[in-house]
Design a protein around this ligand. Structure first.
Ligand code: DC
Length: 235
């Protein structure tokens, strides 16, 4: 007798989340993946890991070839963790916190301008995501990494709100900061990320924009799940 298995409408799907710094991508993607039982792929962590390795080994952040070589040879791995959501390993070392320092953050933005670095990391990301059941988050995930993702979300928020979120993160990490400083840092990063030649930050035509300015994290997740259910349910 044939057993009918009712597959979830989410089964095998890939959801890509893009948007500027501080729009809530990471937290939303992590929790959404958790809710759906999907793998969470944090592509920004991979650029951060390349930058961290370069900084530690005195490799110039302007040497695209050397940085691409690093991207090719280092081993970046992710591991789920009940406390932190996800741990990031660089050649076997837990660098979850080390890749979040201001130096690694701005280093990541610098290494991400090189197309030779990007193509190496994009290949690795596409391999990781080949089987679907994944929420992938990052600057070019809707345009370059998974242009055929089942659902593309572009998260956005008012710069002041984004700066407030970054300020709270900074305070949490014991850094001194102010909201105005964060506004300036975000402006610089937005400019860097939007104006670079290789895979600039952009909203692709088929992305659904979710403005998170006045949404809680839970509200963001509920909104995306609602959009996804509608998209994946064939009527
Ligand atoms: O999302 P994040 O802050 O962890 O990203 C760190 C830097 O890496 C950011 O300046 C943009 C860059 N990045 C990218 O160019 N492409 C991605 N897919 C992810 C991040």
């Amino acid at each position: 007798m044939a057993v009918q298995i009712k597959l979830s409408v989410f089964q095998g799907k890939t959801i890509a989340i893009d948007g500027p710094a501080g729009s809530g991508k990471s937290t939303t993607a992590k929790l959404l993946a958790n809710r759906l039982g999907f793998t969470y792929l944090d592509t920004g962590a991979m650029y951060r890991a390349v930058a961290l390795f370069a900084l530690r080994n005195n490799v110039s952040l302007e040497d695209g070839n050397a940085l691409a070589q690093i991207a090719k040879t280092i081993k970046i791995e992710f591991q789920n963790d009940s406390d932190n959501g996800q741990l990031v390993f660089l050649n076997g070392e837990d660098v979850t916190e080390a890749i979040r320092t201001p130096e690694a953050t701005y280093g990541a933005s610098a290494v991400a301008v090189f197309s030779e670095v990007r193509s190496e990391l994009v290949n690795q990301q596409q391999e990781m995501g080949a089987k679907g059941n994944m929420v992938v988050e990052g600057r070019d995930t809707t345009s370059v990494v998974f242009p055929r993702a089942d659902l593309k979300i572009y998260l956005d928020a008012d710069i002041r709100i984004r700066a407030e979120r970054r300020f709270l993160d900074a305070i949490h990490q014991g850094e001194e900061s102010s909201i105005d400083t964060q506004v300036e840092l975000l402006k610089a990063r937005d400019k860097n990320d939007s104006e670079r030649k290789a895979s600039p930050l952009m909203k692709v035509n088929d992305a659904v924009v979710v403005d998170t300015t006045s949404l809680s994290i839970e509200g963001q997740i509920e909104t995306i799940i609602k959009i996804a259910k509608k998209r994946f349910t064939v009527v």
